[in-house]
Design a protein around this ligand. Structure first.
Ligand code: PEP
Ligand code: MN
Length: 293
């Protein structure tokens, strides 16, 4: 089967689906992403202190998250905003892994930081602002850690898959795609969650796809419902911001859930995950080759 979408673009060969059933499973420690489990990654936008991170790690693990997120190197829109704790933040993340058994995902912003972050992280996050940083993508291609590649906020799906191809071509096939919302004319939400991106990506590519409802929504009240949508359309997992006291967070407090809200969200997700298991047995989307009807 050809991985052409709607006569518009062909998926890049290393990340393209070669037949209807092919899909890659990316291993992060003992977890499999893209297999049968729906893997939830949760934690604060930024690592702020040891106390904040450990408390969050314990709460999200208890609620069913399997991977702890937390930025140590933060790409901020303003140069005056909190830039992250850097190496000290990585050390705190490693402590939280030791305490809870959660795997760690954290962002890498520059090729020079790849080696040090790979010493601490189980999964290397490429943020929306870095999706087209080819020097970074190539450095990650030579690294033996799996990569969580976030979609650029103004990137088409073809652009997104091109960046995945760059990492794969440089030698690292362990890539997870993350839809995190794109810029549109709509201002009611921080970004517009492109929910159709999930089935399109899963139709043309064999890579796992997860959804970040937090950066898409920009407001916490939408995070649970967007998470349910991600499960129903066939997402392989979530990346969700959680903070012990969102109103005091140094970054992205408006879109962060508190512990109770996260626990409730995880509980409410269960029937939708059961539905996802059922919909996986339905006929797969047919690839539209050569133009839409
Ligand atoms: C993040 O996940 O911390 C982040 C900065 O997200 P994005 O790159 O999608 O804005
Ligand atoms: Mn954030």
């Amino acid at each position: 089967m050809k991985s052409t979408w709607n006569g518009q673009f062909s998926c890049f060969n290393l990340v393209a689906k070669t037949d209807e059933c092919s899909r890659s499973v990316v291993r992060v420690r003992d977890l499999e992403i893209g297999g049968n489990d729906f893997v939830v990654m949760a934690g604060p936008c930024a690592v702020e202190s040891e106390h904040q991170l450990l408390e969050t790690a314990e709460a999200v693990a208890k609620a069913g998250a399997r991977i702890l997120r937390g930025g140590a190197y933060k790409p901020r829109s303003s140069p005056y905003a909190f830039q992250g704790l850097g190496l000290a933040g990585l050390k705190i993340l490693a402590k939280a892994r030791e305490a809870t058994g959660l795997a760690i995902v954290t962002e890498v912003m520059s090729p020079e930081d790849v080696a040090v972050i790979a010493e601490y992280a189980d999964l290397m996050q490429v943020g929306t602002r870095s999706m087209e940083n080819y020097a970074l993508l190539e450095a990650l291609g030579q690294c033996d850690r799996p990569v969580l590649l976030k979609r650029g906020m103004s990137a088409t799906l073809e652009d997104f898959l091109r960046s995945a191809q760059v990492i794969a071509q440089a030698g690292n096939p362990q890539i997870i795609l993350c839809e995190r919302g794109i810029r549109t004319f709509e201002t009611a939400t921080r970004n517009t969650l492109d929910i159709a991106a999930v089935p399109v990506l899963k139709t043309v590519s064999h890579l796992p796809v997860i959804v970040d409802p937090s950066h898409a929504a920009g407001v916490r009240c939408l995070v649970p419902v967007l998470s349910r949508a991600a499960a129903v359309v066939g997402g392989d997992g979530l990346l969700v911001e959680v903070h012990p006291a969102p109103e005091q967070a140094l970054s992205d407090g408006n879109q962060s859930l508190n512990f109770r809200e996260f626990r409730d969200m995880m509980e409410d997700l269960q029937p939708y995950l059961a539905l996802q298991q059922k919909t996986r047995q339905l006929r797969p989307q047919l690839l539209a080759v050569g133009g839409a009807d």
